[in-house]
Design a protein around this ligand. Structure first.
Ligand SMILES: *[C@@H]1O[C@H](CO)[C@@H](O)[C@H](O)[C@H]1NC(C)=O
Ligand SMILES: *[C@@H]1O[C@H](CO)[C@@H](O)[C@H](O)[C@H]1NC(C)=O
Ligand SMILES: *[C@@H]1O[C@H](CO)[C@@H](O)[C@H](O)[C@H]1NC(C)=O
Length: 371
């Protein structure tokens, strides 16, 4: 059973037919892929790409329908119509979805880890909620408090061994680059800030390692210049052959090169740690460039937005307004709201992540909970 299910993901990579059979083919392995023998505990740090409700819990900002219209059938605070990549990754372990750390009404169920990611987060500035540094500080508090309570708790809290064996995931950087461009910094100035951003990620990994964490999973950033929001708002004098902004993508790529180098550096510096780097950029750029092959249409147009083609994005009518123009539920869009991906697209991305083809080293996602 296990070996059979582990051979199934291959068609996900080679299938060239329509999206529906692809989904059916790929669904079962996502659910039964895991060969965990240890508890699968995950701590995640990041921005809206992996926020499972932190912004709503932390600041009360509403995330209105049609967000959540797929799968959950209600808004969960995720900026998508359904599940995020991290949700699919959790499901691949047969694990329950990660609760936001700030969700005081989540039943305090932090038995499988916690999600510190919050919409809009960046690495810099360092001391504003909910920068990466603040998220790490929240984790330090979470860990200290949990270990304080675990001695009196009869079983549900994560113990010291749990913290050591856990997977620490980081997916941040998109907002650092986007914010630099939004402040009208020149391309050269945007690029100049990249080493500072990467240093923050390095500090985060080292702090977690000092705390006993040994297993790290780092996502690089996607093609920023392909987001309908950017395409709508920025002067389009540098479009590439797929219609994306070259300068934005070039800056994202430079950040990604620096992040890849950082992961190599961390691997040689922290000899007892496993640091897996995943090339999200390649996965997402392929999805946009080859959208038709994967069964997607209009890869540069938001499903939920305003204004119609080509981008269906208007900053004054973001997704969640009554006057939105929203695509049909059975249409396959890449972009949900002009910035974030649809559940369909997130499923495609998660399948590729699980294929190991985009990971360095090529490690299975469940490596941290195998014996
Ligand atoms: C998945 O989890 C459920 C309950 O949490 C359990 O009943 C089931 O056996 C698990 N499946 C696998 C394949 O581990
Ligand atoms: C950036 O430049 C644009 C056009 O040149 C201008 O409309 C906008 O207000 C500027 N933004 C900032 C933050 O300075
Ligand atoms: C699109 O698909 C082709 C064929 O699989 C591949 O060679 C190419 O790299 C893909 N494009 C991108 C931008 O990933």
């Amino acid at each position: 059973m296990a070996s059979l299910s582990r051979t199934i993901p291959v068609p996900c990579l080679t299938a060239r037919f329509s999206f529906l059979p692809l989904l059916l083919l790929c669904s079962p392995p996502l659910l039964v892929l895991s060969q965990c023998t240890k508890p699968h505990i995950i701590f995640n740090f990041g921005d809206s790409n992996s926020d499972t409700g932190g912004l709503v819990a932390g600041l009360g900002f509403p995330v209105n329908p049609p967000n959540g219209r797929t799968f959950f059938r209600r808004s969960t605070g995720r900026l998508s119509d359904g599940r995020l990549v991290i949700d699919f990754l959790c499901q691949s372990l047969n694990s329950s979805l990660l609760n936001p750390y700030l969700d005081s009404l989540g039943g305090s169920k932090f038995t499988n880890g916690a999600n510190f990611a919050v919409v809009g987060s960046s690495t810099l500035p360092k001391y504003v909620p909910f920068s990466l540094n603040i998220q790490i500080m929240q984790f330090l508090h979470f860990k200290a408090r949990t270990l304080e309570l675990v001695t009196t708790d009869s079983g549900n809290l994560i113990n010291d061994e749990g913290f050591q064996n856990a997977l620490y995931m980081i997916d941040i950087g998109q907002n650092d680059i986007a914010d630099s461009f939004a402040k009208n910094l020149s391309y050269v100035q945007v690029v100049k800030r990249i080493p500072l951003v990467v240093t923050e990620i390095k500090n985060a990994v080292k702090t977690l390692h000092d705390q006993g964490g040994r297993k790290f999973w780092v996502h690089n950033t996607g093609p920023l210049g392909c987001l309908p929001q950017k395409l709508q708002m920025v002067q389009k004098n540098d479009l590439d052959s797929f219609g994306c902004l070259s300068s934005y993508n070039a800056a994202a790529s430079l950040f990604n090169e620096a992040l890849l180098l950082l992961c190599q550096e961390l691997r040689s510096e922290l000899k007892d740690a496993t640091v897996v780097h995943v090339d999200i950029y390649a996965i997402k750029y392929d999805l946009i460039a080859n959208a038709t092959k994967y069964g997607f249409s209009n890869p540069l147009m938001a499903c939920c937005g305003y204004g119609g083609p080509p981008y269906n994005y208007n900053i004054r009518v973001p997704c969640g307004q009554p006057s939105n123009q929203v695509c049909d539920e059975d249409s396959h869009f890449v972009s949900w709201d002009g910035i974030h991906y649809t559940e369909d697209a997130n499923f495609n991305v998660a399948s590729k992540i699980l294929s190991q083809a985009y990971s360095t080293p090529g490690t299975t996602f469940d490596f941290f909970c195998r014996s």
